[in-house]
Design a protein. Structure first.
Length: 244
């Protein structure tokens, strides 16, 4: 496994949880320190998640399904559909539909921008999670400006807790990330392989940190290797659960 230039090895449970440790809009820890991730008991976390789901209405929602296929339909709601494969328990908190806003840095123009995003994490009882992310640029008043990034792929995790994230993005690249859970609600990954199509946009390796923060939202930061070989902030966002 190779690590993108400037990226550290996946850490332990002392790694910072995104958007809950004083991270800047680009996802950098201003102090440059690691911050212990908050620990909560499993029962407490489940109870709090249930209360949030009941209050927001996400408990009853699910993604559209085809009901005439011979295989179980995908579900983004753990209360509905097929049982989650036991091999995916370390990734269980990711399942759902997440919507929110974040900030990005465009490496081609050197400018920062705001974006909105939806991420769908679903399963059908098999030993993988499907992943679909779409984002769009917004102005200071949260009005739509133009489409931004789109990617789709799969999360897998081995018996040794090694995470595999295989992504294909609409800009013409395929990326393979490896990583590990930092604790029950955060996961860190770095690219092992980045392949560009003939017409695709050149992109460097990346490092991503995902975490469920204390208010139940999904937060993440992405750093990506730039043209100078430095790992620099690319994306950060905080997304609220819409389904599940």
């Amino acid at each position: 496994m190779t690590t993108p230039t400037g990226a550290g090895e996946p850490g332990d449970e002392t790694a910072p949880t995104p958007s809950d440790t004083g991270a800047t809009s680009n996802g950098a820890d201003p102090a440059g320190d690691t911050v212990p991730a908050p620990r909560r008991s499993g029962d407490e976390a489940i109870s709090q998640a249930e209360a949030r789901a009941q209050a927001s209405g996400s408990r009853e929602r699910n993604i559209p399904t085809w009901d005439d296929l011979p295989i179980p339909p995908d579900t983004a709601n753990l209360r509905l559909g097929a049982d989650l494969h036991p091999g995916l328990l370390a990734l269980l908190p990711l399942v759902g539909v997440w919507r929110g806003e974040g900030e990005g840095h465009d490496p081609t123009t050197g400018t920062d921008y705001h974006f909105a995003q939806q991420i769908v994490v679903a399963h059908n009882g098999q030993n993988f999670l499907s992943w679909e992310s779409q984002s769009w640029v917004i102005d200071d008043d949260a009005n739509f400006v133009r489409p931004d990034l789109r990617e789709t792929g799969y999360w897998r995790i081995g018996e040794d807790d090694t995470i595999e994230l295989l992504l294909a993005n609409a800009a013409g690249a395929v990326e393979l990330f490896y990583g590990a859970p930092l604790n029950q609600t955060s996961w860190e990954l770095t690219t092992d392989v980045v392949i560009k199509t003939q017409t695709g946009v050149q992109t460097g390796g990346a490092k991503r940190l995902y975490g469920i923060v204390p208010d139940g939202d999904l937060a993440y930061v992405e750093e990506r290797v730039d043209a100078d070989g430095d790992l620099t902030p690319r994306l950060s966002a905080k997304l609220r659960r819409h389904v599940g």
